[in-house]
Design a protein. Structure first.
Ligand code: SF4
Ligand code: MG
Length: 331
């Protein structure tokens, strides 16, 4: 199967000011550090990891909202950052974003139906009557009842607002949607409904989905594959069924051990992660996870492990596995 989205050695670094005494100096923050993955039509890839690990930056790079320091994103055979011409704009419509906070994503002064129609207005697609018809159809498809169409965002519940955001993302018939923590701002009782809706819509539209979440149970439920990020790097990726049942990286093992079964093989096996993730400006030497890793050895402090294959389609970057040789940072 050819991939709809190809992300190759993507890096995003920021120069930041660091003041010390009378003088300031610049330091580099590697927000995304050599990230590569692929995504096919109809497939869902979960991106997980603690806050600040680079998940949202990766999403913004994929959508062309941020320019990478190096590396490339290819969507539907179009390089995402290389061109901003009409061809690219046409391709860009095929990628849509669903954000965490539906109220923040909507304009409080506009009726929700007008916000769903807006992308068609901007792209100048269809005539006025057909735009309204398309909006009614997609709003119905995401489960909004007709009495809500003419309301303002503040008159809707959180779950209803997220359905409006989804309708607005779907009205352009995208091939890819990027969901950044799409349910974390919603009541727990509503979360399952929105997840099931996402799954149904994805099936109907054969959508590819990049699903960013820290909720591993939801990722297990909705994703085909998962990539685990730590300090800007993917440290493990593969089919959810493999990564969640036989996590190979000590960091993935710790994340999963904190979640109630079915992931935890033994309820007594909880691995406590010591400390906060290190500051990405002062990235630890070698494997960035070594200060928190119970399995670290001398080589871990000195050399950064490369992502390597352990079984079919399951990759890990850790010196415990002989396949993972030392990498030179691409960034
Ligand atoms: Fe732990 Fe070393 Fe593996 Fe890093 S490379 S996860 S420090 S064992
Ligand atoms: Mg984020």
């Amino acid at each position: 199967m050819t991939s709809l989205l190809r992300v190759n050695q993507l890096c995003k670094a920021y120069l930041i000011n660091k003041s010390s005494g009378w003088f300031g100096h610049k330091q580099t923050l590697h927000a995304v550090d050599g990230v590569s993955f692929e995504l096919s039509a109809g497939e869902t890839l979960g991106l997980v990891g603690e806050s600040g690990c680079g998940k949202s930056t990766t999403a913004n790079l994929v959508l062309g909202l941020l320019a990478p320091s190096s590396g490339e994103v290819v969507f539907d055979d179009q390089p995402v950052h290389a061109q901003k011409n009409a061809t690219w704009r046409a391709a860009r419509k095929q990628m849509q974003m669903v954000y965490q906070d539906p109220l923040g994503a909507l304009d409080r002064r506009l009726r929700v139906i007008d916000q769903v129609i807006e992308p068609l207005d901007i792209q100048n697609i269809l005539d006025r009557a057909s735009r309204r018809e398309a909006a009614l159809a997609i709003m119905t498809a995401v489960g909004l009842s007709q009495n809500l169409f003419e309301r303002y965002p503040h008159e809707l519940s959180g779950g209803q607002r997220q359905r409006v955001v989804l309708a607005r993302a779907l009205i352009l018939k995208p091939k890819l949607i990027v969901c950044d923590e799409p349910i974390s701002a919603l009541d727990v009782s509503i979360q399952a409904q929105v997840i099931n809706l996402l799954q149904d819509i994805q099936k109907q539209m054969n959508l590819a989905m990049l699903f960013i979440s820290h909720d591993l149970k939801v990722v297990n439920h909705i994703c085909d594959r998962v990539a685990v990020m730590y300090l800007g790097k993917i440290v493990e990726q593969g089919p959810v069924t493999k990564v969640f049942t036989r996590p190979a990286h000590p960091y993935t093992q710790a994340l999963l051990s904190a979640v109630a079964s079915p992931f935890k093989p033994d309820a007594t096996d909880r691995i406590i992660l010591e400390g906060e993730p290190p500051n990405p400006v002062n990235r630890p030497s070698g494997c960035a996870f070594h200060p928190r890793c119970s399995k670290a050895s001398e080589i871990c402090k000195q050399a950064s492990p490369r992502l390597g294959q352990i079984t079919d389609a399951h990759q890990v970057s850790c010196h415990l596995y002989p396949l993972t040789t030392v990498e030179a940072s691409p960034c």
